[in-house]
Write a protein that binds this ligand. Sequence first.
Ligand SMILES: Nc1ncnc2c1ncn2[C@@H]1O[C@H](COP(=O)(O)OP(=O)(O)O)[C@@H](O)[C@H]1O
Ligand SMILES: [Mg+2]
Length: 261
Amino acid sequence: MIDNQQQELIIDHLYMSFTRPDDGVPLKVLDNISFKAGGGEFISIVGPSGCGKTTLLNIIAGFEPVQEGRVLYNGQPVVKPSPERAMVFQSAVLFPWLTVHENVAYGLKRAGMKTSDYKSIVKDYLKMVRMQGFDDYYPEQLSGGMQQRVALARALVLQPAMLLMDEPFAALDAQTRLTMQELLLDLQQELSTTVILVTHDVEEALYLADRVYVMSKRPGRFIHDLTVPFKKPRTFSLRGAAAFAELKTEILQCIFDQVDD
Ligand SMILES: Nc1ncnc2c1ncn2[C@@H]1O[C@H](COP(=O)(O)OP(=O)(O)O)[C@@H](O)[C@H]1O
Ligand SMILES: [Mg+2]
């Protein structure tokens, strides 16, 4: 079994440009990004819309090629997607024609596992995301939050060492969002999966993470990083603590300083 604590991602002087579709001019999107992630750590990345957050996650996932700089996973350059680095998207991209159980089983089935072997594993993961009893539902019969929980189970069932999350709760209502944050915090502690969460919700970033990176507007570079000093497991009351509010303001200030007036 893989030891999640031993996995390491190194991003070293990463630059990225896209070609603008209208005039063919290069558009600089990422500017000299360097950081490390691993050891079951929870990293949040916050930054203004369009600063390159999704692009950065896509590169880490292996969906976009590395143009300049290095992206190494356990010492090897990232050149393609791998089940070790699972992505959870903003909207739960479940297969609408498959049931909840079949959606979660999908990756295990593709990996060649027999029904008799994966059946109980799928049930365990559905229980973990508090979706027991919904095995035979279709995605359209679930709320947005429930769909996102199934998407989380579908990613986690493959036991990724690293979970890449691109604004996973952005489309959910405020209450569901809080519930999902608590769930994610619990699961991450239990499984010691390294998480890289991209969000523009500063409170979410801070409440969940061990480390927070703040990005500038495009081309995105890291303009601030902080180690979150609050012990885990965390409890809801932390959100109201003065020290929490202070760090939240520090990050917000950093983001506002970037906005053109
Ligand atoms: N495939 C692409 N081709 C051209 N431009 C792109 C592509 N993907 C993203 N971009 C551009 O890169 C910039 C950053 O996008 P993105 O990484 O999605 O930002 P964020 O997730 O921070 O909102 C945007 O200006 C966007 O238009
Ligand atoms: Mg994005």
